[in-house]
Design a protein around this ligand. Sequence first.
Ligand SMILES: [Zn+2]
Length: 351
Amino acid sequence: MGRYKAASLAVAFAMFGMGSEAVAGTCLEVTLTGTQGGPPVFQGQAGSGTLVTYGTEESNCRDVLLQFDTGRGTTQQLSKIGVPAGQVTAVFFTHIHSDHSEGLADLMQLRWHFNSAGPKVDLVCHEDAKSPAGHTMSCPNYAVHIGDALIQSGEMAQRLAENPKRLPGGPADLLNVMTFGPSQEPQVVWQSGDVMVSAISSRHVAGHASYRVDTPAGSVVIGGDAGNDAPAPPRDTSTSAQVELLAQDADILVHSVIHPVMGPDGTTGFPPPIYYRQSTATDLGSLAARAAVKNLMYTHLIPPLGAPRQGPYPLSAPLTEADYVGSARDGGFEGDVVVGTDLAKLRLTVD
Ligand SMILES: [Zn+2]
């Protein structure tokens, strides 16, 4: 444990000594654009996504707009907070499970419709990764085929006939795909001015990555659906050692969460292998405490607040906000906890 801690701190200093000095008048805002856990639908919640914006108070923190995952309904949620599709600077995928990625199609179709003149959107994601089952998880393929159904239906040709200034290849032409390879140490994968994004590989499905954004107004880590490298007990924790490394001293940690009531000791019948590949609310509380994180934002809640069931798996009683916060406290975390609902947000401001 001692050696691991020393190594983490050395990496942390190497990473964050790079000039994220606080700058007066700047701000960082983190908005949960969708908090649904997994493919089910519940009361109109959007699929998984987090908007991180940075800027000045005059720009409403919106000089740089970074969208982490684009689940179902992302475009609608962005419209509720006044973010047009054409304004998103870059999209980052933690992994290409549909509940984290399917909203990119309509976001990009809308952008192609009205913003074909550009700029392009950086799509930052893991390079092709081979699954143990033999198939390949491919973000580049996802991107290049993002408009295919509408090309095949004739819709794209129809819209081009109406306005030939649109890009001929459809919305894929507006994506600038930037891939990175696997790494067990944080690596810088995107940078613009004072905003730096680092990634680390973490376990969930092949190609899963977690991210950290460092700005002069603060830092946020997006854990995605990361779980422990050991896919099932016995193990010390359900959380990811890589996320813990990335999250050292972060102002905000946004992480997918599963409540222990979904575990094999409970009554839901939820499949244990799917339970084990998520991080539990209690273990995330412990991780946040060890990493000295200031604010913990639970998202991708399994189960959602108030839900009678998670997909086909019934609960004996719906969970409340207090159930999730209580788990974080059980894990030893004493900082602020946000139990994610759509459009919950935190803003950090430097006076
Ligand atoms: Zn997910």
